[in-house]
Design a protein around this ligand. Structure first.
Ligand code: SF4
Length: 698
């Protein structure tokens, strides 16, 4: 090293839901390097993103001035603007002018079209306080519950199933609990790439002797550590899991005392799973009956068994049913509520848990209180001093449909990039271009910001204070380490200034002023003050007293549901919305790579990460490469009924024949031009993990 830091600031990684604590090492207000810190989730470890993914904050493409769209410049779907020269489309503005224009546009639409003419997308990349302020502005300033964020594209179906089954949307045990597990199921998840530090704990547990069972249509990198790899056919989760449930019920392996004491609905559930024998499910899911039996028996007989799942489970039109099966597996075997047991949907973004907890969703106020419940709404009306919308709002994809239907005319988007992350991007980009008034608050001129009428330059994670909640329910402190570039402002400041211009009397001067109000409406945060999080760096919720550590494992005495019972919900076999046929014979599935984060706005501007993975790729099997008559690395064309992209082929032996996997970070070959917007009816999550595709050599 030739340079040494003059400042060190402790904070939290801005990428995935693992929530690794880290230390920024800074010299002359530039980030030199990052060290892992001994946080409860990471124990000093970091992955490549956490260690090398930070120079995006100093990228010259940062927006540093508020911008207003030039008079007469049309919004054209799929148009891209050189981020170094936005002045072809925008002109510089003062903060007063930009905020006035943003607020007046919303007020005009509210006046002319009513509150339902407006909507907002907040961000799981922002702090808890910013999520709370954002949803409060939409609910009290816009007057609607049309507020959502990327949880809708991530674990919305898991949340729907968990709230229904166990009465809580959060995990029942931290992932570090694998230290106490003897059987670990990881299904529909590739932690080595998506939750890399969590994966190190899983691998250590396997090394110690725990039986690691990997269930995934793509054989993942974790398979080297697996006791069993169950590479089931895409979209057949319910068939495979119901077969296991069948074995456990038919062979009397369920925990009768637990079922009687802590669950409801068992007789009907047991009757339902009778039809799903391993022999009948084998041809559907592709896992032989003997393996289904062996794994079911192993899970049921384990001393402590735990289940982790990812978006391979949730991003289906039957995502809620997939999660219902996993919940049932835990409940009927009593593998929950004890150390080393439980249910853990691995959260994607660094604050998707916290943003959802804080009410950044259209059907719930903070703490998952229904907006349609009169008593709850009355309490919020009393607290916020304003009459609230009595109906649940629209979700992410529904909002895009409502723009096309001319119902929604104006949007406020903070830190989300739906022009890359939504399914069927042609539809989504046309919707964004169609909006009468779009205000985008971001750190770069994203693919979404190019459609904006007003662009508000905001803060990267190391440039602001705020709390953040990881997949483990650990509330942690993110600390400001760097100055804001140019005239950029903290996201919380921008939302507050917009609210004031919309007639709201907000007097918060810092996130620490927001936190107590938010926490007062969220029993999960009882005994967890801002000062405590600042002092201890991380506190797990729930915490029973201000001086007691939070609970790593919950549900030891039943569930936060009527009677304390967990609910067993039967899941039936439902095919994917669109299946392969003569014209589109492949299955397309999308996801992330280790080096790139979601739509790539940060990681593709991080030098090291972009150097490792600079090119849009499509992963296909050895058999597909041979069938296409190409060499690995040759360009291929992938098409669906919604669009076409050209990208580099990559031979990947984890991908089955007939399947193509594309990461969604690359604007030049945006995977979501191809994806199907069909929704799970409960979670309203799109089917990113399955649609019919054509793959051709070019
Ligand atoms: Fe960041 Fe997740 Fe990597 Fe940890 S595992 S360093 S939270 S991206």
């Amino acid at each position: 090293r030739t340079e040494y830091p003059d400042k060190k600031v402790d904070s939290v990684c801005p990428y995935c839901g693992v929530g690794c604590q880290l230390t920024y090492n800074i010299k002359d207000d530039k980030l030199l390097y990052v060290d892992g810190k001994n946080g409860p989730a990471n124990e000093n470890r970091l992955c490549v993103k956490g260690r090398f993914g930070f120079d995006y904050v100093h990228n010259p493409q940062r927006i540093t001035k508020p911008m207003i769209r030039k008079e007469g410049v049309p919004k054209i779907p799929h148009e891209f603007i050189d981020p170094m020269n936005p002045w072809t489309h925008f002109r510089e503005a003062t903060w007063d002018e930009a905020l006035d224009k943003a607020a007046q546009g919303f007020l005009k639409i509210r006046e002319q079209n009513g509150p339902k003419g407006l909507a907002g997308f907040g961000s799981a990349k922002c702090s808890n306080e910013e999520a709370y302020l954002f949803q409060k502005l939409v609910r009290t300033g816009f007057g609607t519950n049309n507020v959502d964020h990327c949880t809708r594209l991530c674990h919305a179906s898991s949340v729907a199933a968990l709230l229904e089954g166990v009465g809580s949307a959060a995990v029942s045990a931290t992932f570090n609990e694998v230290k106490n597990s003897d059987v670990i199921i990881v299904i529909g998840s590739n932690p080595t790439e998506n939750h890399p530090v969590a994966a190190t704990f899983f691998k250590q547990a396997a090394k110690r002797g725990a039986k690691l069972i990997i269930m995934d249509p793509r054989g993942t990198a974790m398979k080297r550590h697996a006791w069993k790899l169950m590479q089931f056919k895409n979209g057949t989760d319910v068939a495979m899991l119901n077969a296991m449930l069948n074995v456990i019920v038919e062979e009397n392996l369920y925990d009768k005392q637990y079922v009687q004491t802590y669950t409801e609905g068992f007789p009907a559930f047991a009757e339902h799973v009778k039809q799903f024998t391993p022999e009948e499910m084998e041809p559907i899911c592709g896992i032989d009956a003997d393996t289904l039996r062996e794994v079911a028996r192993t899970f049921a007989r384990a001393e402590n068994a735990i289940i982790f799942w990812g978006m391979g489970v949730s991003q289906h039109t039957h995502g809620t049913d997939n999660a219902r099966c996993l919940i049932a597996l835990s409940l009927i075997t009593g593998q929950i509520g004890r150390p080393g047991t439980g249910l853990h949907p691995l959260r994607g973004q660094n604050n998707v848990q916290g943003a959802s907890d804080a009410g950044l969703i259209p059907m719930f106020f903070p703490d998952y209180k229904s907006v349609e419940d009169p008593a709850t709404r009355g309490a919020y009306e009393a607290k916020w001093g304003i009459q609230l919308d009595p109906k649940r709002g629209l979700t992410v994809v529904e909002i895009m449909d409502a723009i096309h239907a001319d119902t929604i005319k104006g949007m406020y988007i903070m830190g989300e990039n739906p022009a890359m992350s939504d399914p069927d991007l042609n539809h989504a980009r046309e919707a964004l271009a169609h909006l009468e008034h779009l205000v985008v608050q971001d750190i770069f001129l994203t693919e979404t910001a190019v459609y904006a009428d007003v662009v508000l330059p905001s803060s990267a994670w190391p440039e602001k204070d705020g709390t953040v909640t990881n997949t483990n329910r650990q509330v942690q402190m993110g600390r400001k380490a760097l100055p804001l570039p140019g005239d950029a402002k903290e996201d919380w400041w921008i939302t507050i200034e917009l609210a004031k211009r919309m007639g709201l009397n907000w007097t918060y001067a810092h996130p620490r002023d927001v936190y107590p109000e938010m926490a007062s409406m969220m029993p999960a945060l009882d005994n967890i003050s801002w000062e405590r999080v600042e002092r201890e760096n991380a506190v797990t919720y729930p915490s029973d007293a201000p001086d007691k550590p939070g609970r790593d494992v919950v549900f030891d005495k039943g569930f936060p549901r009527p009677g304390g019972f967990g609910k067993l919900v039967a899941a039936k076999l439902t095919p994917p919305d669109e299946t392969p046929d003569h014209d589109f014979p492949f299955i397309l599935t999308t996801g992330r790579q280790l080096e790139h984060w979601h739509t790539g706005s940060m990681t593709r501007r991080a030098t090291v990460l972009d150097a490792i993975e600079p090119t849009a790729i499509a992963a296909v099997s050895r058999g597909t490469i041979a069938k296409l008559g190409i060499r690995p690395g040759d360009m291929i064309r992938v098409s669906t009924r919604r669009g076409t992209v050209d990208l580099q082929s990559r031979q990947d032996d984890a991908v089955p024949d007939g399947v193509v996997f594309i990461p969604f970070a690359y604007v030049e070959a945006a995977a979501n031009l191809l994806t199907n917007p069909a929704l799970d009816p409960f979670g309203k999550i799109p089917e990113f993990k399955y649609c019919a595709a054509k793959v051709e050599a070019i």
